[in-house]
Design a protein around this ligand. Structure first.
Ligand code: NAP
Ligand code: GDD
Length: 331
């Protein structure tokens, strides 16, 4: 069998790092696009970059930015991927209200750039687009399926809706192998620190060890369908292994509030959360999506994928990872 070559945009992100580990285990050569930053350290994939058996042998990094079409085109030509996983972009919904233009360029236009590169250079390449439950926004039905209308409520959601529909258009118009993974929130110890689950897990651990005194949050009543990132990258990979390109909702089907997450996190470290959690409307968004819960029946039936573990296990895993990091730093 010919060597499988994956090209990943957003390799340094939460999902990119887990997907890289999965693909390396499966024998792929993995190429990732990284932005030039002032710091050479890329924390989530540093363990792979420092492994001489992996880096430069089966894992390769290339400098590029989503705004730089010439470089993207060159990297694509040089790498010659069989699978392209497009995960990169500004992914914080709240921030997309503050920096809408760059968010829309990265989440929307950059997807168009990559679709055009693939169409020009190698239309048979399998293309994964990281879509999101945010496209449903003020959802017209609950739970949502692949057929639910797109009604985004944030600049980020609008840009992802644009890119999701474009991906469909390229699949239908040019017969390209393009899949939209419509993923609901998925979390892990590698989640960015300004997303609510990591912020809560980190604060619970730090307060329990006397390193912080409180936790300041926005809307505690918001609900999300939270799964595990490690499971969701398996779903991403499975989509590109199927005979036919398609769109899939990836979700647990269960909604929990931010308050539920906070309660469960402080329970792990045996602290009364109400004593430590403060509310600050500065963290509120101008508008929130409503009733976001996914129906993952299609991916269960077609690709035999299902989420693992409970909500409580996810919270425990994240808080324990934070406690472990603190203990390691101490010793
Ligand atoms: P993440 O942790 O925020 O990672 C984003 C990645 O994009 C990072 O590698 C980042 O690089 C890179 N990036 C951002 N702007 C870039 C640019 N202009 N040029 C090149 N690279 C750029 O996101 P994630 O949680 O892994 O999510 C992956 C994708 O899935 C995103 O598109 C997100 O919108 C989507 N999604 C996520 C979820 C979720 O719950 N996690 C759910 C649905 C959809 P740096 O390391 O340099 O910042
Ligand atoms: N970030 C953050 N910080 N969110 C807070 C806070 C806070 O201090 N307090 C309350 N929240 C609420 C937000 O208002 C939102 O309702 C909920 O917690 C979840 O916020 P995030 O963790 O930032 O995630 P998100 O749902 O907005 O977006 C994530 O999931 C999407 C999939 O539905 C991101 O990963 C997106 O990229 C992804 O598409």
């Amino acid at each position: 069998m010919a060597e499988k070559i994956a090209l990943i945009t957003g390799i340094t992100g939460q999902d990119g790092s887990y997907l890289t580990e999965l693909l390396l285990q499966k024998g792929y050569a993995v190429h990732g696009i990284v932005r030039r930053t002032s710091n050479l350290l890329r924390s989530r994939i540093e363990h792979l970059r420092r492994d001489a058996k992996i880096y430069g042998k089966t894992l390769f990094l290339h400098y590029g930015d989503l705004s730089d079409t010439t470089t993207l085109r060159r990297i694509f030509r040089e790498v010659g991927p069989s699978e392209l996983y497009h995960l990169a972009g500004q992914s914080h919904v709240g921030l997309s209200f503050e920096i809408p233009e760059s968010t829309c360029d990265e989440a929307g236009m950059a997807t168009l750039r990559l679709l055009e590169i693939v169409r020009d250079q190698s239309p048979s390449v399998k293309f994964y687009h990281a879509s999101t439950s945010e496209i449903f926004g003020n959802a017209s039905e609950s739970p949502q399926t692949e057929e639910t209308a797109m009604r985004p409520t944030s600049p980020y959601g609008c840009a992802k809706a644009f890119a999701t529909q474009l991906a469909r258009v390229y699949r239908q118009s040019y017969g390209m192998f393009v899949c939209n993974g419509i993923l609901y929130n998925h979390e892990s110890p590698r989640r960015g620190e300004n997303f609510v689950t990591r912020k809560v897990a980190r604060a619970a651990a730090r307060i329990s060890r006397g390193l912080d005194v409180d936790l300041v949050l926005g809307n505690l009543e918001s609900k999300r369908d939270w799964g595990r990132a490690q499971d969701y990258v398996v779903a991403i990979w499975l989509m590109l292994q199927h005979g036919k390109p398609d769109d899939y909702v990836v979700a647990t089907g269960e909604a929990h509030s931010v308050r539920d997450f906070v309660e469960a996190a402080f329970k792990v470290v045996d602290l009364p959360w109400k004593k430590y959690v403060k509310r600050d409307p500065a963290f509120d968004r101008p508008i929130e999506p409503t009733r976001l819960v996914g129906c993952a029946d299609k991916i269960r039936k077609t690709l035999a994928w299902k989420p693992n573990g409970s909500f409580e296990q996810l919270v425990r895993e994240m808080v324990e990872a934070e406690v472990e990091t603190i203990e390691k730093l101490k010793s």
